[in-house]
Structures are given as C-alpha cells and as structure tokens.
Ligand binder design. Structure first.
Ligand code: F0G
Length: 353
C-alpha cells in the first residue's frame, strides 16, 4: 500500500479511532537530508541534517497538525474552522478544510503575509480577512469567535495540532536521535510538539536519548528570549513575526528539560543563512525556516558545539516551510537576472568553463 499520510502511519500513537474520518493529503514522510556542503561551509565540529518540512503538501509543517485538527473537527461534527495566521496555518487549514468539505475562515495581519501563502488560502476557497493588527491581535479575535460560535479553532492551541506535529520527531528517530535539534520559534507550538514527540520516542524505545532543543526567534520578535511580550514585533521572517506566543510556557519547558536554549538571530543573520543553504546544498526554504540555520551558525561561532565530546555534533535543523512561499523576499535578495541578446557569442560571455 502506498504511503497514506501520518495518521495511518502513526495511528497507534495518536488520539484517533476507527470512527475518525481521516482527512489527509498524505502529509509527513518528509526528507531528512544531510547538508554536507552547509556543514563544511559553517565549519567546526558539526554534521547538519535538515528536516525539510517544506516538502509537505501545502509546503509547510502545518499539514502535520492540520490533518489531525481537521479530522477530529469532522469527527466532532463541526462544519467550519477558523484560524489566525502569519500565512502557513491559513494555507494548510484552507486546503484540508476544502478536502473535508468544511468552511474555513482565516484572519491575517494585513500586508504581512508572504504572497505564496496568501494565494494558497484564496485558491482553496477560504474566507480570508485581513486586519489592521498583528498575529497576536488576530489570535485573540479567533479565540473569542470560536468560544462564542460553533466554529472550531485550528491554531496550535488546538491540542490535536500538537499531536499531529509530534510525528516529525518520530520520523527523525527512525534514522537516529540527534544530539541537537534546531528550529524556529514563533507561536511555539512546533517546539512543544517536537519535544513531546522525542519524549514519547524515548519512552517507546525508538530513541536511546533526548536531543538538546535549540529554538530561535527573530531579534525583533523575541519575547521568550527577552522575557516579556513584544507589542510591535518586527522581522523580515513574517512567519515568526509574533510578540506573545500562545505556547510560551511549553517552549520554556522544552528548553529547560532538554538543557537547551532559546536564542535570537537578526534579520541579517537569517538572510545570510537563507541564501547559504540554497546555494550550498540546493535546499530552498523560507526565511523563518532559515533562522534554525542562522542560530546554529551563531552558536558555532561562539564555540558552543566544541565542548561536544570529541566527535561531530549531529544537528537536525527543521526547515519549516518551502522557499517558494515567499517569492518577493527571494527576488529581493537573490542575484539579478541578466538580459542578453539571443546570440550565442553574447551568451558565451557569461559562461565560465
Ligand atoms: N516556520 C514557519 C514557516 C511558520 O509558518 C511558523 C509559524 C513557524 C516556523 C513557527 O512555528 O508558531 O509553532 O512556533 N507559523 C504560524 C502560521 C504562526 O500562522 O502559519 P510555531
């Protein structure tokens, strides 16, 4: 039987029963790629693998949580779902709701959603409303609406989202348990989910140890690092432009239990990492995702991995979304296109052999 999505694969470890109508786009089963050129370019004592979550059906890790959230909403008889989003959650919710024959409503911060994500939510037929305000304002609104009206909230405060997303850790453990796991932190649902997944894998005997969790926020949107909510979060990594994460406590718990850290990286560091992984290993992720790599570069420069017992530190960097999500940012920072005459002599001027 071909791969049927993560609910079928991990059914035993998820809160589903035979009665649950499985709404799937065959999400999960994403590649874990050894980024040997990137590791070499960064140098030092590290061996980086990327968990390329941009290879999910709608191009981000949100599909793992959404297959669970939408299936459970359908099981409960819900006819409509709602979410606040910096873009990826809305794209995923819209796609899975369409597949389930449910209505989907999304509230977005106006002007701060990457083009690819917006176009997905619109194409999948969601009702898309942009507000003058940020993600945190939008989340407050959808929490209130879902408390008052018969419409299911599918942001990551929905516990089924976390259950679906924890399967990424199960997938990593099928190959090895990393020494470190690096990832972006926005609303902090994903770090919560991975940590839950790793702990379960150890209990089940799929993993011999637990990784040290390394979370990275953008420096203009780093409430957990600074220790207080940020009223006006800013960063070019719009996916993690969040000032008051809903799963703040759980993220701190993952950090502390794993003896890890949550640090911040600047927009310039994020963009450098974003370009580096694309050029070095052919892996195109969106800017927010590259904060995991930017964070590893920052720690590596400080000698953080040097203390790691003689052998190379095995690091999994989660690349949460595909680079095609944000074409505007890519065009802005990539090399420029050359315009030439359709003439071989002209063209050969550009080719260095
Ligand atoms: N990376 C990407 C590409 C994201 O879209 C998000 C969150 C994160 C990282 C952070 O994950 O919130 O679980 O800590 N995007 C949400 C959205 C907020 O609305 O799409 P987190």
């Amino acid at each position: 039987m071909p791969y049927q999505g993560l609910i079928e694969k991990y059914r035993k470890y998820l809160p589903v029963s035979k009665k649950t109508p499985v709404v799937t786009l065959h999400e999960g089963n994403t590649p874990l790629i050894q980024a040997y050129n990137l590791s070499k370019a960064i140098g030092g004592n590290i061996d980086i693998y990327v968990k390329f979550e941009g290879m999910n059906p709608t191009g981000s890790f949100k599909d793992r949580g959404m297959t669970m959230a939408i299936s459970k909403a359908k099981e409960a008889g819900s006819k409509a779902v709602i979410c606040a989003s910096t873009g990826n959650t809305s794209a995923s919710a819209a796609a899975y709701a369409a597949r389930a024959g449910m209505q989907c409503m999304v509230i977005l911060p106006a002007g701060k959603i990457a083009l690819g994500k917006l176009v997905q939510a619109l194409m999948h037929g969601a009702t898309c409303l942009a507000i003058k305000g940020n993600f945190d304002d939008a989340l407050n609104i959808v929490k209130e609406i879902s408390a008052k009206y018969p419409i299911t909230l599918v942001n990551s405060i929905n516990p089924f989202r976390i259950e679906g997303q924890k399967t990424a850790a199960y997938e990593v453990c099928e190959f090895f348990t990393p020494d470190f796991q690096a990832m972006p932190v926005g609303n902090a649902g994903n770090i919560t989910a991975y940590w839950k997944g790793y702990k379960e894998c150890r209990e089940l005997g799929f993993a011999k140890k637990l990784p040290v969790m390394l979370g990275f926020q953008a420096s203009g949107s780093a409430p957990i690092v600074r220790g207080y909510p940020i009223e006006k979060p800013e960063t070019i990594a719009t996916a993690i432009r969040i000032g008051n994460p809903a799963s703040w406590k759980q993220a701190v718990q993952a950090r502390d239990e794993s003896k890890g850290l949550i640090d911040m990286v600047t927009d310039a560091e994020i963009l450098r990492a974003y370009k580096l992984v694309a050029a070095a290993d052919g892996i195109f992720c969106e800017p927010a995702s590259a904060s995991s790599i930017a964070g590893v570069i920052k720690l590596s420069k400080k000698g953080y991995f040097r203390k790691f017992k003689g052998k190379k530190a095995k690091i999994v960097c989660v690349l949460t979304g595909h680079g095609l999500k944000d074409p505007d940012k890519a065009i802005e920072v990539a090399q420029k296109l050359n315009f030439v005459k359709p003439n071989i002599k002209e063209i050969m001027k550009y080719i260095k052999l």
